[in-house]
Write a protein that binds this ligand. Structure first.
Ligand SMILES: Cc1cc2nc3c(=O)[nH]c(=O)nc-3n(C[C@H](O)[C@H](O)[C@H](O)COP(=O)(O)OP(=O)(O)OC[C@H]3O[C@@H](n4cnc5c(N)ncnc54)[C@H](O)[C@@H]3O)c2cc1C
Length: 531
């Protein structure tokens, strides 16, 4: 069973290793006072449904509670403090495209809003129910998760859009294929959610972002179906797939998605390299990306993240030995860890590994084998469970991400971390910030920063602090010319910052009218992405 007020399965937890809490305490002080309302307290806030007796709808209180929020820090605060409302009036769990179409017609007749719900992993407020809205239906896609068609010759698979990561890969794996889309939220996030939020998986360097994987699909909209065929390439005007990608539930419901799949790779390894400093490491990563060395992943941690990862790795003796070894090679306190993935045939892996290591060594990189990469790979989807552990210890955690051209990368890392630390300094608090580059392109890189801070236990104070933090950091990103989101989407939290990259009001007006042509009554997830 999924946790109602945190991340993941109730039976899975991840402890902080010995020394982990001491490390955080030394950086930002002993944990604060988290408040945890009981499920009963939260359930007591669910009002009666305004849609209780309509066919195909479930109005169970706990079900409605579990569809009221996603995974943003604001969502966490609301859930943990037992204030998760407003709530959807009902949840619909369709099993077919036709049932979705019927539900949209019913919602239109009743004047209800519809919020499509994939895995509920949004971190930007996509799923929040607007206050003072007409009745709201949460349309949960989990029942539409089957493999509908596999064309091995074109390497295309069509799946129900409600399939979560493990289900996508299990069904393809039975035929020897992979999609290769591995966001950290893989355990719960869904194919439909990935498409409509323009998601990016950890091995996007090999498999591509979801934009490259999404070949076509079927969308149920309030004014009828939109079916997009799987043509390999076309010059016939604007591509409507681009409208579906990033539509965040505003156009309609993606019920089926056709995706480009690949045979299961013969080999996959992750290697660790250390650099003596950030500048050398960035130079190596940029050169490898620009030469298009066929790696499946490059993930470069700055010195603060490298230190944090090593401190939280849980093997103090091994880490001490590693640091001694690195010191002999001239790598000290400012060391930066680069993980590279090699995936494919044995021959292509040999080539990619050899070329990447050669280029990294030219910038002073030291190869430390596969053990660290293996440990990263084994825990790549369980990291989010640490959020539960941190919360229970009195710490909040949040992340921001962007993408900028190479000349702006280092300045952006600094600007984000500075904005976050300065913001918390105004509250007389320290904040621990660290950053990595995880999706690299010949032109530039994504920048992903994590913040850990103490919670006060007072809902209003913690929410106000988070809002200030979010706005300061978002403005710092825009000042560097970055996108407001490389992979998490817009939802509610990034909406105020969208105009900068959409050509201002002219671009936003064009987007608005495109949405209105599919949803003239504005019933689909209103208030998200655009006003
Ligand atoms: C711990 C954690 C790690 C994460 N790591 C990554 C990462 O590595 N890469 C990344 O890209 N993102 C990541 N995310 C963000 C999140 O997982 C993605 O945005 C994901 O694509 C959301 O998918 P979902 O199925 O959970 O959608 P939901 O959260 O349920 O919904 C998100 C939006 O999509 C809409 N929607 C969902 N399904 C449909 C559908 N079938 N049709 C129409 N609209 C729909 C919803 O209405 C909503 O607006 C992470 C989130 C968390 C909490």
């Amino acid at each position: 069973m999924k946790r109602w007020n945190g991340w993941g399965h109730v039976e899975t937890s991840k402890a902080l290793p010995a020394g982990g809490l001491e490390f955080l305490a030394s950086r930002i002080g002993e944990g604060g006072q988290p408040r945890d309302a009981s499920l009963e307290t939260a359930l007591a806030t669910v009002p009666p449904s305004r849609l209780a007796d309509l066919p195909g709808l479930e109005a169970d209180e706990q079900l409605r509670l579990c569809h009221a929020r996603g995974q943003s820090f604001a969502d966490w605060l609301a859930l943990r403090h037992g204030r998760p409302g407003p709530f959807p009036d009902a949840v619909c769990r369709p099993a077919s495209h036709e049932q979705v179409t019927r539900m949209l017609a019913l919602a239109r007749r009743e004047g209800a809003f519809v919020i499509p719900y994939g895995g509920g992993t949004s971190v930007v407020g996509h799923l929040q129910v607007p206050a003072d809205a007409p009745p709201v239906i949460s349309l949960d896609m989990s029942g539409m998760d089957g493999l509908l068609h596999l064309d091995e010759s074109a390497r295309l698979a069509t799946l129900g859009a409600g399939a979560a990561g493990p289900r996508v890969e299990a069904q393809l794996g039975r035929h020897g294929y992979v999609l290769g889309h591995y966001p950290q939220s893989f355990e719960y996030s869904t194919l439909g959610g990935w498409v409509v939020t323009r998601s990016s998986g950890q091995q996007s360097l090999r498999y591509g972002r979801i934009e490259q994987l999404f070949a076509g699909g079927r969308l149920a909209t309030p004014v009828g179906d939109l079916s997009l065929p799987t043509i390999p390439s076309s010059s016939a005007g604007p591509d409507l797939r681009d409208l579906v990608l990033g539509s965040e539930g505003r156009l309609g419901v993606l019920t089926e998605a056709s995706v480009r799949v690949q045979p299961r790779p013969e080999r996959e390894d992750f290697h660790a390299l250390f650099f003596s400093g950030w500048a050398q490491a960035v130079a190596a990563v940029r050169r490898i990306a620009q030469e298009r060395v066929p790696l499946s992943m490059m993930r470069l941690s700055n010195a603060a993240e490298t230190e944090t990862q090593l401190m939280l790795a849980g093997h103090p003796r091994l880490i001490a030995a590693l640091e001694r070894l690195l010191r002999v090679r001239g790598i000290h306190d400012e060391k930066c860890l680069l993980l590279i993935g090699v995936t494919g045939s044995a021959k292509s892996c040999r080539f990619a590994r050899a070329r990447a290591l050669e280029m990294a060594r030219a910038e002073g990189g030291v190869h430390m084998g596969r053990a660290i990469g293996k440990a990263w790979s084994a825990s790549r989807f369980t990291g989010p469970y640490l959020r539960n552990t941190l919360w229970e210890a009195g710490y909040g955690a949040d992340t921001v991400e962007t993408c900028v051209d190479w000349p702006q990368v280092t300045a952006t890392v600094k600007a984000i971390e500075r904005a976050a630390r300065d913001c918390y300094a105004e509250f007389d608090e320290a904040l621990h910030a660290f950053t990595h580059l995880s999706h690299v392109y010949p032109q530039g890189s994504s920048v992903y920063s994590t913040f850990i801070f103490r919670v006060t236990g007072d809902y209003e104070t913690d929410l106000a602090r988070w809002k200030t933090l979010k706005s300061r950091v978002s403005r710092a990103i825009l000042a560097q010319g970055g996108t407001i989101s490389h992979q998490h989407g817009v939802g509610l939290d990034h909406k105020p910052y969208l105009a900068a990259e959409k050509g201002g009001e002219t671009g936003l007006a064009a987007l608005r009218s495109a949405l209105a042509s599919f949803d003239p009554d504005g019933m689909m997830n209103p208030g998200k992405l655009l006003d």
